[in-house]
Design a protein around this ligand. Sequence first.
Ligand SMILES: Cc1cc2nc3c(=O)[nH]c(=O)nc-3n(C[C@H](O)[C@H](O)[C@H](O)COP(=O)(O)O)c2cc1C
Length: 332
Amino acid sequence: MTRQDKLPAALQGLRIPMIAAPLFIISVPELVVAQCKAGIVGSFPALNAREDEGDPPLLDAWLTQISEELDRHNQANPDRPAAPFAVNQIVHRSNGRLERDLEICVRHKVPIWITSLGARVEVNEAAHSCGGVVLHDIINNTFARKAIDKGADGLVAVAAGAGGHAGQQSPFALIREIREWFDGPVALSGAIATGEALLAARALGADFGYVGSPFIATDEANAVQGYKDMIVDSGAEDIVYSSLFTGVWGNYLRGSVEAVGMDPDNLPTADAASMNFSSGSSKPKAWKTIWGSGQGVGAVTSIGPAAAIVDRIAREYAEAGARLVGDFSGKL
Ligand SMILES: Cc1cc2nc3c(=O)[nH]c(=O)nc-3n(C[C@H](O)[C@H](O)[C@H](O)COP(=O)(O)O)c2cc1C
């Protein structure tokens, strides 16, 4: 039995071991469907379905749309079915919609749940009540243990260099500490933008690479042209780590900080109490004005369909694997 066979069914049979990370504002059904059709888990934050007063609520409509489009694809392409999708729940006290969103996701039997900014037993119970698998987002081993204690099925290890709210630990250290005690599903995130990096994540002991920033520069992403262009034009040196914009440490594009007249090299720090997912603040708005990105964007050289990113990473992954096998043959 391989590791793959031991994973929950929803996480098996992907084209490559990759999960597209949920991106605030940017991940919309068009992007999610493109990711799933390309053979990797597509995802979006529930909060991206922003008009929450509608009947049915927009989240309801999005889930129906995604399921119907993937069903149609699967009927037309039984030989290469779409991968399942994931919904991200921001489990933070400022998210006043959480309970309602959980109820909608249970009703739609969402197959994969990604939880961030708080581990809660009730959220895991809701997911499990409809057969969902929960992956909880963590930045260190302490949070990883808490997440599993509270009933998550697996982990997203957010290492240094990741886009948005990111940790500071080396992926080498983080995965090793988690694998000392946890044998379940683990996705690794942080500047994974190539097939070589995906293979490295697997070599470290992660089951999946978790890839966000490259999908900002895609046709399907809900991002303004200037943001997509800046992803293409930026490299690791253009990423700034700051807590100012949301109260939680994260990585942002230097050019977007400069564009609001601030000095990216001299940003003040903020306290976590200022984080708010329901309303804006007087600071430049993270995500809308201050653009999130991880350090892996040097590998993104053009804007195109999301499927092209998956194709490229799949090709690089196979080539890098073959090269390593070649290098190792006879020397083991
Ligand atoms: C613009 C942007 C928005 C993000 N929004 C969310 C979010 O709403 N929820 C979440 O769990 N993670 C969010 N993330 C983090 C990603 O899910 C993921 O951890 C990260 O993008 C992985 O690193 P990478 O960008 O280097 O691939 C965001 C990241 C970026 C760049």
